[in-house]
Design a protein around this ligand. Structure first.
Ligand SMILES: *Cc1c(COP(=O)(O)O)cnc(C)c1O
Length: 368
């Protein structure tokens, strides 16, 4: 039996040292809090277009076999991914999304007391892992226009020799994109012991001819089926790097960490390129609509290479007010937390009817 005098159970010291971090508050939690029965869900950059119907059919057909583990090597999927990327299957590691794979990279390369480098206010899971594995994080700011300050990253990397330099490209939450020559310049200028972790969650939405390609000993690229492929809930993504780095990830990943249905769905999704290209084209139309909507209300927006757009409301207080008021109307969006982007709201491109509904809500909120 418990008694009041019983000493509190302590976690390992490096875990006790982790400050309580503010996690993503999920839309389900926001629904419970606000008493909403449904939400217009434009806050998590999910694809409201859904996955390819052939991916759904493949997963549905295999569902009775969910009693089995998936192939721990994800062989068929890695083979298909390698063929696309023009590399060997030994250059590919499949994981439960980029969030999972980033954990492997940080665990492998950022030991306790080791430094990593990122942009302040960028996608937070990288920093979350660095903290969780006992590393330290140094950050540089975005440029005032929301683009990534590549020169500042270079300068800081050369000063601090971080184990990993993290670059989300295209970036979330800004939506901005660093083209290949600048990524190559960053890689070239970085200290030889630093690894560049390119988080390419939105790669499919970016201009393909200026995306970095190929295998470099100091480069890890990560991609996902969560965004353009519309399979966020399946939890599946992959890393591309040298055989040596991939071998390191294979050593420490969970043997059965990838959902069997996700493997099946991802393979089918990959074989239905037309569907994904259709989503990418529709998302481009939706981005243009959001830009015009922002224009019509007198707000600037940031040119985006993703499935979302940031719209400027001038101050953090105003942007927070817009997010809050939209939530009261059952519209879920988010906003960047850090300057210089904290005066913006971030809206995911939804389906055409969702965009019409969003425009109506935003006009009403802006007028108030
Ligand atoms: C959505 C997102 C992720 C998460 O990807 P998963 O594969 O779902 O874990 C990672 N990085 C960025 C920049 C994202 O926006």
């Amino acid at each position: 039996m418990k008694t009041a005098r019983e000493p509190e159970l302590r976690a390992a010291p490096h875990i006790e040292a982790i400050p309580p971090t503010i996690p993503f508050i999920g839309p389900e939690e926001l629904m419970r809090e606000g008493g909403h029965g449904s939400l217009l869900r434009l806050g998590a950059n999910e694809s409201n277009f859904g996955p390819s119907p052939s991916a759904v059919a493949a997963m549905a057909a295999e569902l009775p076999r969910v009693c089995r583990y998936g192939d721990p090597e994800s062989y068929d999927l890695r083979e298909a991914l390698a063929a696309r990327a023009g590399c060997e299957i030994e250059n590919i590691c499949v994981g439960a999304g980029i969030d999972d794979l980033m954990g492997l990279a940080v665990r492998a390369f950022v030991g306790p007391g080791t430094l990593a480098l990122a942009t302040r206010g960028t996608y937070p899971t990288f920093a979350y892992h660095v903290t969780g594995y006992g590393g330290g994080l140094s950050t540089v700011d975005y440029r005032a226009n929301g683009s990534i300050a590549v020169e500042a990253l270079i300068e800081r990397a050369c000063a601090l020799h971080p184990a990993i330099v993290y670059l989300a490209n295209p970036d979330n939450p800004s939506g901005t994109f660093v083209s290949r020559p600048h990524v190559e310049a960053l890689l070239e200028a970085m200290p030889s012991q630093s690894l560049l972790l390119l988080d390419e969650a939105y790669a499919e939405f970016a201009p393909q001819d200026v995306l970095p390609a190929g295998i470099d000993p100091r480069l890890v690229r990560m991609r996902t089926f969560s965004k353009a492929y519309g399979m966020a809930g399946a939890r599946i993504g992959y890393a591309i790097s040298t055989r040596r780095t991939i071998e390191t990830f294979q050593k420490i990943r969970l043997q059965y960490g990838v959902n069997r249905n996700a493997q099946i769905g991802a393979l089918a999704a990959l074989q239905d390129d037309g569907y994904m290209q259709g989503v990418v084209a529709e998302v481009a139309r939706g981005r243009d609509e959001y830009v015009r909507l922002a224009d019509s209300l007198g707000h600037k927006s940031i040119a985006s290479h993703t499935n979302f757009v940031c719209i400027d409301f001038g101050s953090a207080a105003r942007a927070e007010g817009v997010v809050r008021t939209l939530m009261q109307r059952g519209v879920f969006i988010r906003k960047p937390g850090m300057p210089p982007l904290d005066g913006y709201i971030r809206v995911t491109v939804g389906t055409p009817p969702e965009r019409v509904a969003f425009a109506t809500h935003l006009r009403a909120v802006s007028a108030a």
